[in-house]
Design a protein around this ligand. Structure first.
Ligand SMILES: [Zn+2]
Length: 383
């Protein structure tokens, strides 16, 4: 089944973790033997071959670079906005290099989206089965081996936007979604673990995003900014990698009240596989997946919670966040690579989800959301 993953920090891994994502997973892990500069060395779960193996044909891929501050952040910060901008431009250069190599393809409008969906659905629709020889099965299973992974460019934390003119330049480069904040206070907005609303620049940013038709990613907004953003912003909103506060009490997760408003606004919410957001009481760097017995199946609890709030399966999706500055030390114990996302449809079926709803969750909802958002980009731009 085609999988749409709404949050992957691919370029950050390529440039800051120095991972060649075109290589096989075991090679990427082996190359990190003996390295201890980051907690997840040798434990990565994402590379382009594994995305293809899992059927993840479309993802939302980030640019991410923040300004340093004193609060906790899993990624270090830059000393100036100019440096953060330069970092995100380097990340874009890596995506462009992947496009030139045929490894990835950028999706920035409805036509591009439809093209990519058709390409992958043709490839993953081929049914493998026990009635075929091993050889035939492996030929069919490899049908997607050489397909480019489609990506929609997003920005996690808007600190790198030196001016609003930079936002327009980014839109021209294909930027289609922005989460204004990340961890702690930001240049425009306050994120996870922080409090307080948007400053004047942040409100200008929202206005310009609305003019350009850029999707507002509500994930990482602190509660004050979240409510203010939903008041101020009338264009499309989603929550790209977002779990439930009811299941895991922490301000990083959203409350039922927040989800209800997002659902009302037509948002899609991507369930995340970062262990500390999946189970309560997880201590980064201490708790292990084995200790908690955390399994991939737990993601279904978060997905199901959103579906129960909505009364349907039209607002849930996947936003795995895998290799978002953590690796297997902070993911479900039974997850080896991102290709394991291919097991989620069966886990949903075991909980009683019907095939049509499983398809919505695995890709249909985010694709529908984008089609609706991109229906009339010209009229949106003039609005
Ligand atoms: Zn994040």
């Amino acid at each position: 089944m085609l999988i749409f993953d709404a949050h992957l920090d691919l370029a950050m891994n390529a440039l800051e973790w120095n991972r060649d994502l075109t290589r096989p997973m075991d090679e990427i892990r082996r190359r990190e033997n003996g390295m201890s500069d980051k907690p997840d060395r040798g434990r990565g779960t994402v590379c382009l071959p594994e995305l293809r193996r899992g059927g993840v044909g479309i993802c939302v891929a980030t640019q991410i670079a923040r300004i340093e501050h004193n609060a906790y952040s899993p990624v270090p910060g830059w000393r100036s906005q100019a440096q953060a901008w330069a970092q995100t431009q380097g990340q874009l250069a890596w995506y462009r290099a992947m496009e030139e190599a045929g490894q990835m393809v950028q999706i920035k409008d409805a036509e591009g989206l439809d093209r990519q969906v058709r390409l992958w659905e043709d490839a993953v629709a081929v049914d493998t089965g026990p009635q075929l020889t091993d050889e035939a099965n492996s030929v069919l299973a490899n049908a997607a081996t050489n397909l480019p992974v489609g990506y929609i460019l997003s920005l996690e934390g808007a600190d790198s936007m030196v001016t609003l003119k930079h936002l327009e330049r980014s839109y021209e480069q294909g930027l289609r979604a922005i989460g204004p904040a990340h961890y702690g206070p930001g240049v425009y907005a306050n994120g996870t673990d922080a409090t307080g609303g948007f400053n004047a620049k942040g409100r200008e940013l929202l206005k310009e995003m609305g003019r350009l038709g850029i999707i507002l990613d509500a994930t990482h907004l602190c509660d004050d900014c979240f409510w203010e953003a939903l008041d101020l912003y009338s264009s499309a909103v989603w929550a790209s990698h977002q779990n439930c506060r009811t299941l895991v009490p922490h301000n990083r997760q959203f409350s039922d009240e927040q989800f209800r408003v997002l659902i009302q606004r037509g948002a899609v919410i991507g369930g995340a596989l970062d262990a500390w957001m999946m189970v309560p009481g997880w201590v980064r760097g201490k708790t292990t997946p084995e200790q908690t017995g955390l399994k991939l199946e737990r993601i279904v609890d978060h997905i199901d919670h959103v579906c129960q709030l909505a009364g349907n399966a039209r607002h849930s999706g996947i936003g795995s966040d895998l290799d978002g500055a953590f690796g297997r030390e902070q993911t479900p114990a039974d997850l080896d690579t991102i290709a394991d996302l291919g097991r989620v449809p069966d886990l949903l079926a075991t909980r009683g989800y019907k095939e049509a709803d499983i398809e919505l969750i695995m890709h249909g909802n985010f694709i529908r959301f984008l089609r609706e958002t991109w229906k009339s980009p010209a009229s949106r731009k003039e609005a």
